[in-house]
Design a binder for this molecule. Structure first.
Ligand SMILES: Cc1cc2nc3c(=O)[nH]c(=O)nc-3n(C[C@H](O)[C@H](O)[C@H](O)COP(=O)(O)OP(=O)(O)OC[C@H]3O[C@@H](n4cnc5c(N)ncnc54)[C@H](O)[C@@H]3O)c2cc1C
Length: 313
């Protein structure tokens, strides 16, 4: 690695953690070390970090709250920029238009907008991500995705240029967008909400909450749905019918509550989880002829895994 901590420390005002344990920055609680974790204080910190990585040819990744990530135990070489709720946390409302920085947690935006009798964000209840992560993944539930309420985002491109991009340019589809492919850091987003009766929004929140409580595993660390729903059927239905519920490899288990969740029962390794994913993929393929594709993003070295890894910038 041609990068010394001093180079980053000299220019970046935010926090820099050398050899950061990534398991502490993901909801799965799995993952080795990254050479440098940068928690930028402002846009300038992001620009400088991008330019250092570019000039020195260092692999770089962006993360939010780490709730859709599976990180290798071998760790990650290079720099990870974490856009966090600590510094990218401001938002404001004008009429029904919400403008927010990308590090804000969805839960915060939901409780704020519901308090303002605005509907739009409440379907995202229970998704433990930042706004930036949710937009990148086009997060949602039950037919709703965040792109439906999005108007535009402010981004920084890999050369440090800031621009506003409309949602039409971002190629949103089910749990996907072109943000990773275009190598954009989301800084801010503008969302259009609708005035609605608070009681009705609260009812919908309550329904969503009860459903999640009943159907999703909260006792063990996880990264939400492991596989995307294929067009034919819900992934959870296929996995359950393929006899995978409760299946275990080491400390990883296909949740007995929701078959499309893999839970870390305390000491799961990256390899446990990937092996279990592969077992599930093969069983579903064998039984239904349907190929499951991961929704969780896999970060680390490519060791001939059957799943695509997240590519560095
Ligand atoms: C218990 C649980 C329940 C879940 N339920 C749901 C659900 O119902 N629906 C759903 O869709 N998902 C769900 N998820 C998955 C996950 O929470 C979402 O995908 C979430 O939107 C990810 O946000 P994050 O901030 O954690 O992003 P991360 O996991 O940190 O990153 C995800 C992707 O976003 C990119 N990214 C993050 N921030 C930025 C930024 N500022 N600029 C550019 N790129 C960025 C990263 O590069 C990465 O590619 C669940 C997860 C858990 C643990």
């Amino acid at each position: 690695m041609k990068l010394s901590e001093d180079t980053l420390l000299k220019f970046v005002k935010g926090k820099i953690i050398r050899d950061a344990e990534l398991k502490n920055f993901t909801t799965f609680k799995v993952g080795g070390k990254v050479d440098f974790l940068v928690i930028p204080q402002d846009e300038e910190d992001i620009r400088i970090t991008l330019s250092i990585a570019r000039d020195k040819g260092i692999p770089l990744y962006i993360i939010g709250n780490g709730s859709n990530l599976l990180v290798s135990d071998e760790g990650v070489r290079g720099i990870i920029i974490r856009i966090s709720r600590v510094n990218f946390n401001k938002f404001n409302l004008k009429n029904s238009v919400l403008k927010s920085e990308s590090g804000v947690l969805l839960s915060k935006l939901i409780s704020y907008t519901v308090g303002q009798e605005l509907s739009g964000m409440e379907s995202l209840l229970g998704i433990p991500g930042t706004l930036g992560g949710a937009i990148t993944m086009n997060a949602g539930t039950n037919g709703f995705s965040i792109s439906q309420i999005l108007r535009e985002i402010k981004v920084m491109d890999k050369n440090g240029r800031i621009k506003v991009v409309s949602k039409e340019e971002l190629g949103f589809s089910y749990r996907s967008s072109k943000i990773m492919e275009k190598k954009l850091v989301i800084l801010e987003a503008v969302m259009e909400l609708k005035k609605f009766k608070k009681d009705l929004i609260n009812e919908s929140l309550k329904r969503n909450f009860e459903k999640r409580k009943k159907t999703q595993p909260y006792s063990y660390p996880n990264a939400g749905c492991i596989f995307k729903n294929p067009q034919e059927k819900q992934a959870g239905w296929l996995i359950e019918r393929a006899g995978c519920k409760g299946l275990r490899v080491g400390g990883a288990e296909v949740s007995t509550k929701h078959a499309n969740f893999i839970v870390n029962r305390g000491n799961a390794t990256f390899n446990d989880i990937v092996k279990l994913m592969e077992l599930v993929r093969k069983r579903v393929l064998f039984k239904f002829g349907i190929e499951l594709k991961p929704e969780v993003l896999i970060l680390g070295r490519d060791e001939g895994l059957p799943f695509k890894m997240l590519e560095p910038w």
